[in-house]
Design a protein around this ligand. Structure first.
Ligand SMILES: Cc1ncc(COP(=O)(O)O)c(C=O)c1O
Length: 390
């Protein structure tokens, strides 16, 4: 299996934040470099051949996520995928329509919906999910209780960014489909992390990053759109599109793939990454990460004042462990202290006024990283409470 030495991560940093930007191992970076060098060796040939190469990359990724290549297009990141979708759907929605979402969404994507929709009188309604978060069934009920006859779109993260929580997306997509509501899923954390089968999910739009948990190069993500909606998902960047279609491509590929000259190497490296993942094999890699996340979770919640994020215990599917810190912790100070004094890179922040620590584990993570985190958090919190009581 790939291990720490296969990654370029600095040895002087305890790196426990895979979740934010991923980390790409050397063999995949070498593959990306090969594509970049091919581009620079003969740019015209590269772009001519990119039609077939992208088709292969698209079909390979589609197979991996249970989709068809014609329904999927590579994009640079999920923020881009959400922007395309929010912009296009804002053209379909009218004043008084509602988008139902949660108060645990990623800020940039939240803002995209607000920017495109709220200005047109479309309401953006956030279901409030308490912390510690309740069971999946209870979260589904909380979110669904915000659905009204005006709800036209349900927008949810599959796994939330600020709180590291898996939402009941499977259940809610099925409910939305039955109610005639479009579901748009931000799956930024899903591919390579949790099981993903778009053929059974019943989502209408799914956008996700490969560069997080599949460890592909930065800038490799996808936008998947159900066939019935593809004509409506107009591109954000207007390029040659239908004026210069590639035979066999669907409207999504035609309108969204070629958006001017750009480096396709992140996309073209995905098939190699999927092969490498199979060699690990990836379910073992995931088991390894989950095991460490589980250990981190249990070590952290044993510390004074630290609580689990999930009322019912750690989500057994995740390679991220999120815990709630004592309510008075100055999260900015703690984050800086962990980095400056203990060289630990980990998410510590306040969300909806709840202080949170989110620790990620992947193939480059080692037990000693988790031990270092536990020791540092213990030291910080002990100092913190003695400062408080003095
Ligand atoms: C839930 C969620 N959505 C969107 C994003 C944005 O990802 P990107 O910066 O690759 O667009 C993130 C990144 O952490 C995320 O966690």
């Amino acid at each position: 299996m790939l291990n720490r030495s296969d990654f370029l991560l600095r040895d002087d940093i305890v790196f426990l934040n895979h979740g934010s930007f991923g980390a790409c191992p050397r063999p995949i970076l070498d593959e990306q470099r090969r594509w970049i060098e091919q581009l620079e060796a003969q740019p015209v040939l590269y772009f001519r051949e990119s039609i077939a190469n992208l088709l292969h990359a698209r079909n390979t990724l589609a197979r991996y996520v249970g989709a068809e290549g014609k329904d999927l297009v590579y994009v640079t990141n999920s923020t881009f995928g959400v922007n395309v979708t929010a912009h296009a759907l804002s053209m379909m929605l009218t004043e008084g329509d509602e988008i139902c979402t949660t108060d645990h969404e990623y800020g940039a994507c939240d803002r995209a919906w607000e920017q495109y929709c709220v200005a047109k009188g479309i309401r953006y309604v956030r279901a409030e999910i308490p912390m510690p978060v309740p069971s999946m069934d209870e979260m589904a009920e909380i979110i669904w209780s915000k659905v009204t006859p005006n709800t036209k779109v349900l927008f949810l993260s599959h796994i939330t960014s600020p709180t590291g929580v898996r939402l009941p997306v499977e259940d809610l997509c099925a409910r939305a489909r039955a109610a005639g509501i479009l579901s748009v899923i931000d799956g930024s954390h899903s591919p390579g992390h949790i099981p993903l089968d778009l053929s059974t999910l019943q989502a209408d739009v799914y956008t996700a990053n490969c560069h997080k948990w599949m460890c592909t190069p930065k800038g490799s993500a996808f936008l998947w759109v159900a066939p019935h909606l593809q004509d409506a998902i107009i591109p954000l960047v207007v390029s040659w599109g239908a004026r210069n279609p590639v035979a066999g491509d669907g409207p999504l590929n035609i309108e969204h793939e070629f958006i001017g000259t750009r480096d396709y190497s992140p996309f073209l490296s995905v098939p190699f990454a999927i092969e490498l993942m199979a060699q690990q094999p990836w379910d073992r890699a995931q088991q390894y990460g989950r095991g460490l996340a589980y250990v981190a979770h249990d070590m952290l919640v044993a510390l004074p004042g630290v609580q689990p994020m999930h009322a019912s215990g750690h989500d057994p599917l995740l390679q991220m462990a999120t815990v709630i810190l004592p309510s008075d912790v100055d999260t900015d100070h703690m984050k800086q202290w962990l980095y400056n004094e203990r060289a630990i890179e980990v998410v510590v922040h306040r969300w909806l006024n709840v202080p949170i620590l989110r620790c990620s584990a992947h193939l480059h993570t080692q037990q000693r990283d988790i031990d270092a985190l536990e020791a540092a958090v213990r030291e910080y919190l002990t100092g913190f409470s003695s400062r408080e009581s003095s």
